[in-house]
Structures are given as C-alpha cells and as structure tokens.
Ligand binder design. Structure first.
Ligand SMILES: *[C@@H]1O[C@H](CO)[C@@H](O)[C@H](O)[C@H]1NC(C)=O
Ligand SMILES: *[C@@H]1O[C@H](CO)[C@@H](O)[C@H](O)[C@H]1NC(C)=O
Ligand SMILES: *[C@@H]1O[C@H](CO)[C@@H](O)[C@H](O)[C@H]1NC(C)=O
Length: 210
C-alpha cells in the first residue's frame, strides 16, 4: 500500500508488477505514475487507483480474483479484451472517466453488485449484458450526456438504487423482468424518459439474494 501525503510521481518501469505475482492489494492515493501499467497480477483483490492518467490498462484474459475496482477519474479510452472473467467482482467504480466510451460485456462478472459510471462524458454505451446481472443492487449513471445505448431489460431482483439523473440522451426506461422488492430510489431527472414501463409494477412480494 502506498499513500503519499503530497502528489508525487512514482517511477515504475512498465513491468514493475510482474515481480509481484502474489500481490493482493493495489492501493494508490496521490500517486502519479510515470508510465502506463503493463501488467496486473492475477491475484489482486482490490484496485484502488483513482486518477490513473493513461489510455490503456491491460487486464490479462484469465480468471481474476478482483472484488473491488475503484478507478474513478481515470483516462482509459477503451477497456481491453482481457476485461472479463471477474467471477468475484462486486464493485466497479469508473465514475468521472471522461474518455471511456463503453462499458463492455460484463456477463463474466456475475456477482457484480454496484456499477458507478457517473459523469462519464464520452460514455455512449453500457452493454446489454449489464441488465442481465442478477445481483446488481446499485446502478448509477448520472450526468452521462452522451449515453444512448443502454440495457433494454433489468433482471436483478436486488436493485435498491437506479440513478440516471442528467443523462439527457436516455429515452427509454428498461423493462423490469423481476420484482424489485428493495428498490427505494430511482432518479430520472434530466433524462428524456417520459414514462415508466408497466413492468415497474413488479414491486412487492418476493425473495432476494442474500
Ligand atoms: C466512486 O468514485 C467517485 C469519484 O471519486 C467517488 O466520489 C465515489 O465515492 C466512489 N463511489 C464509491 C461507491 O466508492
Ligand atoms: C458526445 O457526442 C457528440 C455527438 O455525437 C460528439 O460530438 C461529442 O464529441 C461527444 N462528447 C464527448 C465528450 O465524447
Ligand atoms: C434527482 O436528480 C436531480 C437532478 O440532478 C437532483 O436535483 C435531485 O436532488 C435528485 N433527487 C434525489 C431524490 O436524489
């Protein structure tokens, strides 16, 4: 863990993490990298790397142990092909990633509970598979001014919060396929969504995931 009181440049050579094969946590606060990361250890449980300022971050395609990925304010343009096989992933925070264009297929992250993509100015698409994640509790896509391609169905019964406020290109609210017993907060202010599907009546009386 590396937490600096002031911002410093950290001189990593591109493969610095290769020697740390069993590294579990990657926590950086106030650290400015001098080069892009070229390798992420597969054993990582947590990435807390706000303001990563390079356009690429290579995930290798194999199974990952990651549970939390907190990478707000990053400069990634596109998530690479290795961005999959997140069997344990619960939290993904890509808020304020101003260059990110797409949240890709997340069907290989079946345990995802929270997805935050607030204030992602370039974000155009959240992949359809996100709507089929059965354990999603929170989906926040606030103020994504260019977001237009969005899941057309939401299946999770566990939703508590859906917040698309200020995402002014959103026109259609997804179909609700299951009863959302725990849903307490929906904010569509500033979207172009005019009506909720009749399926929103799927409200009370059901059991949910533990
Ligand atoms: C996600 O990142 C944003 C921006 O840094 C931060 O404000 C927010 O608290 C984070 N959300 C969670 C749930 O960690
Ligand atoms: C948003 O979309 C418009 C029109 O498609 C494009 O001109 C603009 O550059 C996009 N903005 C960002 C921040 O990507
Ligand atoms: C919903 O979003 C609007 C616009 O951003 C905001 O003013 C309002 O406080 C939000 N409502 C709730 C209940 O969070």
């Amino acid at each position: 863990m590396l937490k600096l009181r002031e911002q410093r440049t950290l001189y990593l050579n591109a493969t610095s993490f290769k020697k740390l094969k069993s590294l579990w946590l990657l926590i950086f606060a106030n650290v400015v990298f001098s080069t892009a990361i070229e390798y992420l250890p597969t054993e990582l449980r947590l990435i807390n790397l706000p303001a990563y300022q390079f356009p690429t971050l290579p995930f290798n395609a194999g199974p990952k142990q990651l549970v939390i990925v907190n990478m707000a304010h990053n400069h990634i343009h596109q998530l690479d092909k290795g961005f999959k096989n997140f069997e344990r992933l619960k939290v993904l925070n890509f808020s304020r990633s101003k260059f990110l264009r797409k949240i890709p297929d997340l069907s290989t992250a079946p345990n995802l509970e929270s997805l935050y993509v607030n204030h992602c100015a370039s974000l155009v698409e959240i992949h359809e598979s996100v709507g089929f994640l059965a354990k999603l509790v929170t989906l926040e896509a606030q103020h994504c001014k260019n977001l237009s391609t969005f899941p057309s169905n939401l299946v999770s019964k566990c939703f508590r919060k859906l917040d698309f406020q200020g995402s002014s290109r959103l026109k259609i609210f997804p179909n609700i396929l299951e009863k959302m017993v725990f849903l307490t907060s929906v904010n569509l202010s500033g979207t172009r969504i005019k009506e909720l599907p009749s399926s929103i009546d799927h409200a009370v009386d059901s059991s949910c995931c533990a």
